[in-house]
Design a protein around this ligand. Structure first.
Ligand SMILES: NC(=O)CCC(=O)C(=O)O
Length: 264
């Protein structure tokens, strides 16, 4: 299976429509890949909080339209990263969209863990409440977004729902790049799954982005890692390695469930 992670440079100088067109062209260039992955909130920037409301869109808004077309033109499964979604009640969500090679919406995931503590995304956006998996022909995706990477219980829920390839679009800052790499590898090792984590490049809202999109195998080995700038990171991997790793080192079978609940 071939995956291409497009580590988009996000900065405020580029108009959102121009970036959509530019990213659609990059997606079309990946037509030999099975799966293409984009980062979190690449239309606005994950830290450009003041832009969320202005650029929020309905689920089937301009980004949806452009990305659905790009997926079908490229003939790829497209994880189009996330958009600032505005629902019918006016609530904003950080929502990831996945399109099939026919350009149909195959899955949508509203980010469960919002970043910012008492400001930013955490106060401007609503929280999702549903882990989402998606069966592709060769693997089952588990969806998570950026800050979610810090919450292993979400990933265990995804594994329990059948996830074998964990896809994490992000807008992760350079200042915490060491956490990004460490957590991506930790989630791969503990869940014995592939991790495809796609970040942004550039600087937006004064926050330099880490880049360093990364693909990790179920043994925790880094298969590919991007640099700091915009780039396309392409990797070939064998999804069957999830099953063999889980058979040969069956640590997931030793889980003791219910430890998060008080015991009498
Ligand atoms: N957009 C985000 O979720 C940022 C997360 C982050 O900076 C961190 O977890 O550190």
């Amino acid at each position: 299976m071939r995956a291409s992670l497009i580590q988009i440079a996000v900065d405020e100088d580029e108009p959102v429509d121009a970036r959509r067109r530019r990213v659609a062209a990059l997606v079309r260039e990946q037509s030999g890949s099975d799966l293409v992955v984009l980062p979190e909130l690449w239309t606005t920037g994950a830290f450009a909080f003041e832009r969320f409301a202005d650029h929020a869109e309905p689920l089937q808004g301009p980004t949806y339209e452009v990305m659905a077309k790009a997926a079908s033109e490229a003939g790829v499964w497209l994880h189009a990263g996330s958009i600032p979604e505005r629902d019918g009640q006016g609530t904003l969500y950080n929502t990831s969209l996945v399109f099939s090679p026919d350009g149909d919406l195959a899955a949508a995931y509203r980010k469960i863990h919002r970043f910012g503590f008492d400001k930013g995304e955490a106060v401007l956006m609503g929280a999702g409440d549903t882990p989402v998996t998606l069966a592709l022909p060769d693997t089952t995706l588990g969806l998570a977004t950026c800050y979610d990477l810090r919450f292993p219980e979400l990933f265990r829920a995804l594994v329990d729902a059948g996830a074998q390839t964990l896809v994490v679009p992000a807008g992760w800052p350079e200042r915490r790049r060491a956490h990004w790499t460490l957590l991506a590898r930790a989630r791969a090792v503990e869940d014995q799954a592939f991790v495809l984590a796609c970040g942004t490049a550039g600087t937006h809202a004064g926050v330099p982005q880490a880049g360093h999109s990364i693909v990790v195998d179920p043994w925790g080995e880094v298969l590919a890692e991007a640099g700091h700038d915009e780039e396309v990171l392409t990797v070939d991997f064998d999804p069957g390695r999830v099953a063999t790793t889980r058979e040969q080192f069956p640590a997931l079978k030793d889980r003791v469930l219910g430890l998060d609940r008080p015991r009498r």
